[in-house]
Design a protein. Structure first.
Length: 84
């Protein structure tokens, strides 16, 4: 139960300003608007990067596939190309 609180206290550098800070209100939000912007921004970035990798990954990383290879290896493709 106390693991995350202990990590938070152990990783924050001690200084006198922490003792002078007022406590947060009981109904204060844990995740504020700045954090939400970061979460959504990171989500959009990662989704875009995944789609770019899926669509252009062969060209970016230099993989060479046969030109007759479809998006999925169907039964007909596997019959014609037993090496796969």
């Amino acid at each position: 139960m106390d693991t995350f609180a202990a990590l938070a206290l152990a990783t924050e550098a001690p200084h006198d300003g922490l003792l002078d800070r007022q406590p947060h209100k009981r109904n204060a939000r844990i995740i504020d608007s700045f954090m939400w912007k970061n979460v959504f921004g990171q989500t959009i970035f990662q989704v875009v990067m995944v789609f770019i990798t899926l669509i252009f990954g062969r060209e970016i990383f230099g993989y060479d596939y046969p030109s007759d290879m479809g998006m999925y290896m169907t039964e007909q493709y596997l019959e014609k190309n037993p090496q796969y």
